[in-house]
Design a protein around this ligand. Structure first.
Ligand SMILES: Nc1nc2c(ncn2[C@@H]2O[C@H](COP(=O)(O)OP(=O)(O)OP(=O)(O)O)[C@@H](O)[C@H]2O)c(=O)[nH]1
Length: 359
């Protein structure tokens, strides 16, 4: 029997820097054949486009596979397993598989899928890398005030899932074999060290916590951890209860009063695409986008803009109110349009956001 192909799962909240880290890894892969599987939230395929455009000769477009938009735990049989099988059946099988999960996904169901007999003898989870937006976590965006949440819960049972962000974050930390504190350029040295110490305390024993800027970590640090995470799921508990799968071992009595839709993390988030004609001034548009994000509590916004008189596509990326823009590649045959995917917690005012982005 051949050795199993190692697969690294890259997880982390929206905008933490997963795509940036993977891109750096591909550019420094030193001849390793790495295949990518991407599971995006939102229909625009921005991450796939960014990664396919990496231009590295060891990474051809065929090596990037996208899972249909949706949550992996719902589409394992129809989508994830067949995608993996296709990859494993190739004549020229990859040396390593990297799976980027959607920023709103729990890694546990994905790791659990590696135990499916269709793939379990051929591939193993080398390790789970959880990328953390160091700036956002330092600012307390995911660590909600525990006492306030408890008080709220006592008042109303239905509020039990009012903290999906912090719960998702906790689950992503609980599943990690390595935690990458990214965006350390935006933190002071003391602040970064304090966060590293805190996350070491909050994660399982032996989990490595490393700092990075733009996901720049040596490939040998990221790959080759040799953990076999699928055999070790019990240690990676889930705080966030989602589907009541038959193989789920949490069936707390407490859980039973939740509606089905409320036991499923993704329903608490939504995304849509806004299309508008060319923009004239990138800086002014970035400021406009930042205002819209603040006014509507948008978690993540990304996409491409067409700028009057410029042949290149302007990539626009916003995580919270911080907006990055850069020209990445010519439009080619794609229509010269501005297309942005907007992601937030459910209840976004879509009409108002569209109007404000198109103004
Ligand atoms: N200042 C700073 N910005 C960063 C760093 N890493 C990533 N970014 C920026 O943060 C934004 C989001 O990065 P991505 O790599 O797309 O994040 P992601 O986790 O793949 O995002 P989703 O796929 O939406 O979940 C981009 O604008 C990046 O350029 C970093 O270390 N420092």
């Amino acid at each position: 029997m051949q050795a199993k192909i190692p697969a690294t799962v890259v997880t982390g909240f929206l905008g933490a820097g997963k795509t940036t880290l993977i891109r750096h890894m591909l550019e420094n892969a030193k001849g390793r054949r790495i295949a990518l599987i991407i599971n995006e939230f939102g229909d625009l395929g921005v991450d796939g486009d960014i990664l396919k455009g990496c231009g590295d000769e060891t990474c051809s477009e065929d090596d990037v596979m996208e899972l249909s938009n949706g949550c992996i735990c719902c589409t394992v049989a129809d989508d994830f397993i067949p995608t993996m099988q296709k990859l494993l059946d190739r004549e020229n099988a990859p040396d390593h598989i990297v799976i980027e999960t959607s920023g709103l996904a729990l890694p546990q169901p994905l790791v659990r899928a590696f135990n499916w007999p269709e793939i379990s003898t051929r591939v193993t989870v080398d390790g789970v890398v959880t990328v953390v937006d160091g700036k956002a976590v330092s600012e307390g965006r995911f660590a909600h005030n525990v006492a306030a949440v408890d008080a709220q819960r006592k008042l109303d049972e239905n509020l039990d899932h009012e903290t999906p962000l912090s719960e998702l974050f906790e689950d992503q930390i609980a599943c990690a074999d390595m935690i990458v504190v990214n965006k350390s350029d935006l933190l002071g040295a003391d602040e970064a060290d304090a966060l590293v110490a805190r996350l070491k305390g909050e994660s399982r024993k032996g989990v490595q916590v490393v700092k990075s800027t733009m996901g720049a970590l040596p490939v040998d640090v990221l790959l080759g951890q040799g953990i076999g995470a699928e055999g070790d799921l019990d240690a990676r508990h889930e705080v966030h209860h989602h589907h009541h799968h038959d193989d789920d071992d949490h069936h707390d009595d407490e859980d039973h009063h939740h509606d089905h839709e409320h036991t499923h993390g993704h329903d608490e988030f939504e995304s849509f695409v806004v299309t508008r004609p060319e923009i004239s001034d990138p800086a002014a548009f970035a400021a406009q986008v930042a205002d819209v994000i603040r006014a509507h509590d948008i978690l993540r916004l990304k996409g491409f803009a067409a700028v009057e008189g410029k042949p290149m596509r302007l990539t626009l990326q916003a995580v919270g109110p911080r907006v990055d823009t850069y020209f990445d590649q010519p439009f080619g045959t794609a229509p010269r349009q501005t297309r942005l995917v907007v992601i937030g917690q459910s209840g976004l005012d879509r009409a108002a956001i569209e109007t404000a982005l198109c103004a």
